[in-house]
Design a protein around this ligand. Structure first.
Ligand code: DHK
Length: 146
């Protein structure tokens, strides 16, 4: 059934380690902290957030297809390192009509050259990167305007 007020927030590999993972790059907030802040903002905007994390590429593909099948309003996606490698995620985004907003905590363009290419960004509606957890809040704001 179409659920136009539901926004999926999908997180890829290693994002479950936020808080202790390379805090100089990713900060000290945990993924639960980010989820909580997004839930609060979503409640204020009267939308539902479905917040998930997986270390497995195929789960992310399945969830993108699920968001499409459910008629979700938008997907906010931090694909982790799959950003830079995954043609499967690129194709999944191309194959659905729900708009996908790519987010990153760090600014991949200011990091190692292997992070400069994004297969996801080539297919996404837009990308927000470099603002830490605020990237997610800005993506939510963008999703609400779509
Ligand atoms: C998260 C990761 O895990 C990295 O592999 C990406 C991204 C950047 C982030 O900044 O949120 O290169």
């Amino acid at each position: 059934m179409a659920d136009a007020r539901k926004i999926y927030v999908l997180n890829g590999p290693n994002l479950n380690m936020l808080g202790t993972r390379e805090p100089d790059i990713y900060g000290y907030d945990t993924l639960d902290d980010i989820a909580g802040r997004m839930e609060d903002a979503a409640n204020r905007a009267h939308v539902e957030i479905d917040f998930r994390q997986s270390n497995h590429e195929g789960h992310l593909v399945d969830w993108l297809q699920e968001a499409h099948a459910e008629g979700a309003h938008a997907v906010i996606l931090n694909p982790g390192a799959y950003t830079h490698t995954s043609i499967a995620l690129h194709d999944a985004i191309k194959g659905i009509t729900v708009p996908v907003i790519e987010v990153h905590l760090s600014n991949p363009h200011a990091r190692e050259p292997f992070r400069h290419k994004s297969f996801v960004g080539m297919a996404a509606r837009g990308t927000i990167a470099g603002f830490g957890p605020l990237s997610y809040m800005l993506a939510l704001e963008a999703a609400l305007e779509l």
